[in-house]
Every structure is written in structure tokens, then in C-alpha cells.
Design a protein around this ligand. Structure first.
Ligand SMILES: *[C@@H]1O[C@H](CO)[C@@H](O)[C@H](O)[C@H]1NC(C)=O
Length: 185
């Protein structure tokens, strides 16, 4: 009882940022035969479930292969006119499930799930991250990524359908701001 109380207190900031959903995490299908190497390079954030952590604009991530199963992850955003970057490490945790990546932005933090639900490697990618809290409820994050700063509306709508078909609630998904990014820097 004490432990669960402590856990609820610890996860409160997370819960405030996101609407928690009852029950354990959904188990969405992920990209079959995921190819980490083809996924490398620059991806722009097209849309996301709102999070407390990313408030800037022009959000993008550059993935670089380190080994066959790990990568360097550099995410950046522009906040109040300033470019901010954070660096992390991504890994394939189970070679039998290569699309289920984990990313950590600090060696003191555990890997957070970073699942590639679907990608064609050259246009768009759907990413999902979900954490169970005592299997009572879960907090999740979802992103639509693009190789370009904007994607056709039809691609975005299809992506949302894929999330929804996997029991992921993307009604609150918002478009990321990618305007005026190239001239600011
Ligand atoms: C991505 O990272 C690689 C390796 O650090 C670097 O060579 C490349 O210029 C970066 N690309 C962008 C767009 O930042």
C-alpha cells in the first residue's frame, strides 16, 4: 500500500502532463522486419500527443547508428528563439523485436519504450511510447514523424487511423510547429 502511494506521488507530474488511461498499455502491432539502419538520419516532428517536456518548435531528431543494435539520438527544438539540444542513446532491447526500441537521455535513467509502429523509412514514421503504472493505468506518448517538415494531410489522417486501430487515443494529438525553422538558424 505504501509503495503504491509512493509510486502515485512520483508519477504525478507525468500524469498531469498527460491524460492517463485506465488499464495496462495497449499492445499495438509494430513495423515488421524493422530495419534500424534505414531508419537513421533526420526526422521532423509532424504531430504529437501533448507532453509537458517539449514546448518548443521546429522539433527534430537525428539518429545515427552506433552498432547494429544501438544509435545516437540528438533531438533539438527552438524555444524562445534559442536552439536547444539533448542527446541520448537508443537501443534494440530484443533482437527478435527490433521495432521495439528503448531511448534514454541520461545514463541514470532507464530506457523508455520507443516503438516504431509503422514506417516506410523515406516519408513518415509512427512512434509510440507507453508506461504502465501498476497495471492500473498507463501514460502514453505518440508521435508522427516526417522526413520533411510537413506531410500531406492524407498521410497524417492515415497515421491517426493506424494509432486508433491499435487502441491508442490520438484525439488530443496536435500538429507540431515547423514554420520558419530554416531561416531562424
Ligand atoms: C546527424 O548526425 C550526424 C552524426 O553526428 C552528423 O554528421 C549529421 O550532420 C547530423 N545531421 C543533422 C541534420 O544534424
Amino acid at each position: 500500500m505504501k509503495l503504491s502511494f509512493a509510486l502515485v506521488i512520483l508519477t504525478l507530474p507525468l500524469i498531469r502532463a498527460q491524460v492517463p488511461h485506465w488499464g495496462p498499455c495497449p499492445e499495438p502491432a509494430v513495423q515488421p522486419a524493422f530495419n534500424l539502419k534505414q531508419f537513421m538520419g533526420r526526422w521532423f516532428e509532424i504531430a504529437r500527443l501533448p507532453t509537458q517536456f517539449e514546448k518548443g518548435q521546429c522539433i527534430e531528431t537525428n539518429f545515427t547508428l552506433k552498432t547494429d543494435s544501438s544509435m545516437r539520438v540528438v533531438s533539438s527544438e527552438i524555444l524562445n528563439g534559442e536552439l536547444r539540444k539533448i542527446e541520448g542513446i537508443g537501443v534494440i532491447e530484443d533482437m527478435k523485436n527490433p521495432a521495439k526500441l528503448g531511448i534514454s537521455y541520461s545514463y541514470v535513467l532507464p530506457y523508455s519504450p520507443y516503438w516504431i509502429l509503422s514506417t516506410d523509412y523515406v516519408n513518415s514514421a509512427l512512434v509510440y511510447s507507453c508506461t504502465d503504472v501498476l497495471r492500473l493505468f498507463h501514460v502514453d506518448f505518440a508521435w508522427i514523424l516526417g522526413r520533411t517538415r510537413t506531410l500531406p494531410e492524407s498521410t497524417v489522417e492515415r497515421a491517426k487511423e493506424i494509432f486508433a486501430n491499435n487502441n491508442i487515443d490520438v484525439i488530443r494529438m496536435i500538429a507540431s510547429r515547423q514554420q520558419g525553422c530554416d531561416k531562424t538558424l
